[in-house]
Design a protein. Sequence first.
Length: 130
Amino acid sequence: MDKEKIINYLEENGFSDVELMSEQKGLIATRFYYDFDKDELKAAEAYANDASGKEKNDSWHEDFYIPYLTELAIDNVGEIMEEIMSEMAVKAQFVAYEMDAESDYNEFISIFYENDTQADIEDVLANLGI
């Protein structure tokens, strides 16, 4: 498994602050951020306005705006993970962290591991103390 190639692929696909958190035999763990562009933020705002019928308040953010952005980020990150798995013959898992109302990014941690390796991201996170 080529960790540099994986990290470069993440960076080339627009993820920011890609960090190698851990490396074990046949497994790497990374942290990165999905930064929303202006169009994505505008779309989330339009969705939240339409769906809530309310002004911007805690419910507007928590029930509509943030879930829209989180789902968008998860879908886009999932597509890139599928590409990496296909192109580099590895397996991958990832988790998204809950974003706050003022953020214009979503934090992710992912693991990549060789096909003959058994791994669970929850175990890896526990071992990292996360």
